[in-house]
Design a binder for this molecule. Structure first.
Ligand SMILES: *Cc1c(COP(=O)(O)O)cnc(C)c1O
Length: 369
């Protein structure tokens, strides 16, 4: 990737805010351990910069989704524990051993496979995933019974962590939260005493009864609101700005953009801004989203194009919207969760969709990029 020095859009990632968010969660869950989920390139923010910043705060446990992500992360992290949540496919066992990755074992078949490679070498630390209500990954009730009937994990596998994942943590009143916790607790009583983990970001806020020994926040570290629709307790980490490329006066009746989906209701001004769906600015924000010039919100009118969006800036003085003026798309007056909601999605998807064309800036609090 060449430096996008001339890019019309800038993605700024505030590593100091990220670190503050980590400390905040760590204090909240103490004495439980606060790990960090950095899958999908740290939710699009760049694991190469994010993970070392968290490690500098004392984070020692990291979770990725895939083996290749783990291999890349190992290159930037020294001795940290790296867990691979899923997808340790047949053939990837040796890579896990070589790079010191800890597979999260999701089925009896995976347990058998990793036992076969671990047996020949030294003991392999692993995590065991018990499904308590997602029906996605992890041992179901029957498989768990079978595992115990067979005497637990085979020789060679060192059980370092037992985990499960909440389906409805963002809905505190949902009865599945308590049911999953009960199932998890009852499964733990049938295993040797090892560290246990249940909570993601929202799960942390369900209370200490959900913390167990280790929590696995992702989105809250990156500034997403784990408490929606209540106020966001986390600091903003991501800001996306793009510049105005052109401004035009439009008469009543003019249509804007592909499909002519917006008709100008009265004489006004349209600003064209240099970011689009190729940058992960999702198309569903067309005629639905908003941006901000300074602190003033302006609506997106017309469809989102590949490289461009169009804003109705009639409410602002022409001097405030000169070509070159940066417009905020995410952050500040456009909180990420609100932008996502306007586009019918969630902050997770917006972040992980952010493309590679931006000029990326990392702030670490000392003013350095
Ligand atoms: C992605 C993921 C997390 C992190 O979830 P957030 O909601 O982003 O905090 C935790 N645990 C598992 C198993 C995950 O897949």
């Amino acid at each position: 990737m060449t430096a996008a020095r001339h890019a019309p859009a800038t993605l700024t990632i505030d590593l100091a805010a990220l670190r503050t968010n980590y400390r905040r969660l760590r204090e909240q869950v103490h004495p439980a351990i606060c790990a960090a989920v950095v899958k999908a390139d740290a939710y699009g923010l760049g694991a190469r910069r994010v993970a070392p910043a968290l490690a500098a705060e004392g984070c020692r446990q990291f979770f990725v989704a895939q083996v290749d992500e783990g291999i890349a992360l190992r290159r930037v992290l020294g001795s940290a524990d790296i867990y691979v949540l899923g997808g340790a496919l047949p053939g990837s066992e040796a890579a896990c051993l070589i790079h010191g990755l800890r597979p999260v074992l999701n089925s009896l078949e995976e347990i058998r496979r990793f036992a076969a490679v671990a047996h020949a070498r030294r003991r392999l630390p692993v995590a065991l995933h018990i499904d308590t209500g997602m029906a996605r990954l992890g041992l179901d009730r029957g498989e768990f019974d079978q595992l115990l009937a067979a005497g637990g994990l085979p020789q060679g596998l060192d059980l370092a962590l037992v985990l499960s994942h909440l389906a409805c943590a963002d809905t505190p009143a949902h009865p599945l939260n308590r049911r999953q916790r009960e199932r998890f607790t009852s499964a733990l009583t049938r295993l040797p005493r090892v560290p246990a983990s249940l909570a993601n970001s929202s799960g942390i806020f369900l209370g200490t009864g959900y913390h167990f020994d280790l929590v696995r926040p992702g989105i809250a570290l990156y500034g997403g609101n784990p408490l929606l629709p209540r106020p966001n307790p986390m600091r903003e980490v991501v800001r996306l700005e793009a510049r105005i490329l052109q401004v035009r006066n439009v008469d009543r009746g003019t249509t804007v953009g592909y499909g002519a989906t917006h008709t100008v209701p009265r004489r006004g001004r349209i600003a064209t801004v240099g970011a689009g769906y190729a940058d992960g600015y999702v198309r569903s924000l067309g005629n639905a989203g908003f941006a901000a010039v300074g602190d003033v919100r302006v609506p997106i009118v017309g469809r989102v194009s590949m490289d461009l969006i169009t804003l109705d800036v009639s409410a602002l003085p022409a001097t405030a919207t000169e070509p070159g003026t940066p417009v905020t798309l995410i952050g500040g007056a456009c909180p990420i969760d609100e932008v996502a909601a306007a586009g019918g999605t969630i902050a997770y998807e917006l972040l992980t969709s952010l493309g590679q064309r931006y000029h990326r800036r990392y702030h670490d609090g000392s003013g350095a990029a």
